[in-house]
Design a binder for this molecule. Sequence first.
Ligand SMILES: [Zn+2]
Length: 178
Amino acid sequence: MPISFITSSAKVNSAGRKGRGIFATSVIPAGTTVAAFGGSITHRDEFSILPEYRRTHSLQIDEDLFLLCPDEDEPADLFNHSCAPNCGIGGNILLVAMREIQEGEELSFDYAMSDADDYDEFVCECGEIGCRRLITGADWRRPELQRAYKGWFSNYISAKIRQNSPAFDQASGQGLQH
Ligand SMILES: [Zn+2]
């Protein structure tokens, strides 16, 4: 029995250079919950000493809490990042279709919606126009992403956005350190 839920309207398939991904097998209406993530909840103190592979296969759910996926990949661990995603975060652990998704489309979300930590920086291969290339844990601070993903950030990031008026250096493209 898998730990996480994934909709029966999607399955694992090859996603080219990104490896594997999750693809719609039929039309998925906007607002559908396509996945619910489960795992071991780990505090930052223990999380920070785990091997990189375990840390990158996780979902941040609070400032200091991380949902660790099981040792063996299951379909819910294979949703890829995209800079032009069709899914967003509901609450802290749900993945929800932001718009109608067509059969054959890859399901993706922007990791800026869930990650506010630098444990999972990577170079993006999404190939979308406007791809940010380097994906970092400070991306949630970008005003254009806050506008585009309003209502689709993890709850704890929405709270951070409300609390900190975002300090963002447009010239360097870097979020300020806190
Ligand atoms: Zn990208």
